[in-house]
Write a protein that binds this ligand. Structure first.
Ligand SMILES: Nc1ncnc2c1ncn2[C@@H]1O[C@H](COP(=O)(O)OP(=O)(O)OP(=O)(O)O)[C@@H](O)[C@H]1O
Ligand SMILES: [Mg+2]
Length: 260
């Protein structure tokens, strides 16, 4: 069964066609690669799926309780509740808050408690707060950041900030996780540990769409890739097929994309 169907999606910004009649599907449990040159429309696709942008035309269908439902126009908070989480191309964290608090904020969308909390707390509120802290700690362990819980997010290295953002998105308990260039700015060691982390996330049963310019990474993790260029889907298939596709080589791989 598909978790997401993108059906003839078009996104226009004034005269610019950022996405032009793009269709593809994402199967439940897969890790799908979304690649293409700068300005191809990859992040725009994530903005549509996560509810930040309302597409100009076309449909987005998301699986909920075994049925595909149309999600066009749903707000980001609603998409979070439905089980879509994302990270951003440019890390977005509360850099003055602690690592733990950054994850707690993600966790709060699944609970009744308010992060900034009431002054007078009932016992059940306190218990719930403790649960949120425990769960947040578990996600920090999951991404291997537990030693930094009380450091500020801004003091972490870039690679760790990216992992923290992943922990925060996992804390919302997504069924579909959108990763927008998670390896950007990472050194080879960090990239290797990111690959392990993405496999671990997939093992939890979370479906992943991965935007990435590091071809080695994306080709090694994804069994299927969708290639965009100037808003148009130019190819779709397995890594081997994509590497050999003349259109993809012309538009992307032949033009300095990271070693394929
Ligand atoms: N909110 C917006 N308003 C106007 N134009 C936009 C907006 N968002 C994106 N665009 C334009 O849409 C096109 C696609 O941009 P997008 O960010 O989706 O590309 P991308 O594939 O993610 O590229 P990169 O690899 O550089 O991140 C670009 O020409 C961009 O300038
Ligand atoms: Mg982008």
């Amino acid at each position: 069964m598909n978790i997401l169907d993108i059906d003839s999606l078009t996104m226009r910004f004034g005269g610019l066609l950022a996405l032009a009649d793009v269709s593809f599907h994402v199967a439940r449990g897969e890790i799908l690669g979304l690649i293409g040159p700068n300005g191809a429309g990859k992040s725009t696709m994530f903005n549509c799926i996560s509810g930040v942008l309302r597409p100009t035309e076309g449909d987005m269908l998301f699986e909920k309780d075994g049925k595909l439902m149309r999600i066009n126009g749903y707000k980001p908070e609603k998409m979070t509740h439905f089980g879509v989480a994302r990270t951003f191309q440019n890390v977005r964290l509360f850099s003055a808050l602690t690592v733990l608090d950054n994850v707690r904020i993600g966790r709060h969308c699944r609970t009744k408690a308010n992060f900034f909390g009431a002054v007078l707390r009932t016992r059940s509120q306190k218990e719930e707060e403790q649960r949120i802290v425990d769960e947040s700690m578990n996600w920090l362990k999951f991404v291997d950041l537990e030693k930094f819980v009380f450091n500020t997010a801004g003091s972490l290295s870039y690679g760790f900030q990216r992992k923290l953002e992943i922990a925060r998105s996992l804390a919302t308990e997504p069924r579909l996780l959108l990763l927008d260039e998670p390896a950007a700015g990472m050194n080879p060691k960090e990239t290797k540990s990111l690959i392990d982390l993405i496999h671990k996330i997939s093992d939890l049963g979370v479906t992943v769409i991965l935007i990435e310019h590091d071809m080695k990474l994306v080709m090694s993790i994804c069994r299927r890739l969708v290639v965009l260029d100037h808003g148009i889907k130019i190819a779709e298939g397995g890594p081997r097929e994509i590497r050999a596709n003349p259109k993809v080589i012309e538009a992307y791989l032949g033009r300095g994309a990271a070693d394929a």
